[in-house]
Ligand binder design. Sequence first.
Ligand code: IMP
Ligand code: MG
Length: 179
Amino acid sequence: MTMNPQPEPKLFLSRQEIARTVASLAAEITKEYCDKNPLLIGILKGSFVFLADLVRLLNFPLEVDFIKLSSYGRGRSTPGELKVVQRFKCPVKGRHVLIVEDIVDTGQSMAFLTEYLGKKKPASLRLCVLTDKPPRRQVEVNIDYLGFSVPDKFLVGYGMDWDEKYRNLPDIGYVELEK
Ligand code: IMP
Ligand code: MG
């Protein structure tokens, strides 16, 4: 069986830097949400590692759910029509909702999702994002809690994939993609 060689990611953010940043995001979120029993909604699949680390630093009552949007497929091509392909179970109406996402790139996914969830009448709706790529933005997105602002590189690791690979890397790296 022939296997396509996988590019070796170059280190971009170490696990220690990530841990420090996740801890400071958790401290900010605690101040705001400790008495609000918030609903944290992770976006599958990329946010699963970030969300897992984040919630273990939040020492107050909260609930967790997940939502999956239609996929981008391989590489970085922009999506067609965005759709929710896996619905969450927890009712959103009247809840303090915090969306947890790995990366905002063009902004299309988060713009779509905030509109989608906004219609369900949450008490509040905010966005917590580990990495943001402002140079790629096409639509405005208001990020309330941001870990890192990053340049236009394709990031992998800590939940983020390239063609479903590298999600398990404990650090965040980048791969050079053929244009
Ligand atoms: P947006 O809708 O263009 O903002 O894209 C957001 C989604 O695209 C993210 O949630 C990721 O799943 C994926 N994505 C965008 N940039 C990267 C990247 O650099 N590495 C891995 N996934 C990415
Ligand atoms: Mg994502």
